[in-house]
Design a protein around this ligand. Structure first.
Ligand SMILES: [Ca+2]
Ligand SMILES: [Ca+2]
Length: 79
């Protein structure tokens, strides 16, 4: 059981690191990731790809949409 707990802790650490990096990517700290902000981490992101990330179609990517895209493999995890 011990190694399962350690694995869970490692996954938590990765999630925390992603969260911290995502916070930095939000240059104006408005809680949303504009296309320009996304391109600071994903330089090759296209308009179409950005639109696909915006699943609730409010024309901005929020933290939940970003996390979902990383979780489903649409975006590479941030390092
Ligand atoms: Ca922003
Ligand atoms: Ca959105």
């Amino acid at each position: 059981m011990k190694h399962i707990a350690l694995a869970a802790a490692a996954i938590g650490a990765v999630a925390f690191a992603n969260g911290a990096f995502a916070h930095e990517m939000d240059l104006d700290q408005d809680g949303l990731y504009s296309l320009a902000e996304m391109r600071t981490e994903y330089p090759d992101l296209t308009d179409a790809q950005y639109a696909a990330l915006d699943t609730n179609r409010d024309e901005a990517v929020d933290a939940d949409e970003l996390a979902a895209a990383i979780a489903n493999g649409t975006l590479a995890p941030m390092e």
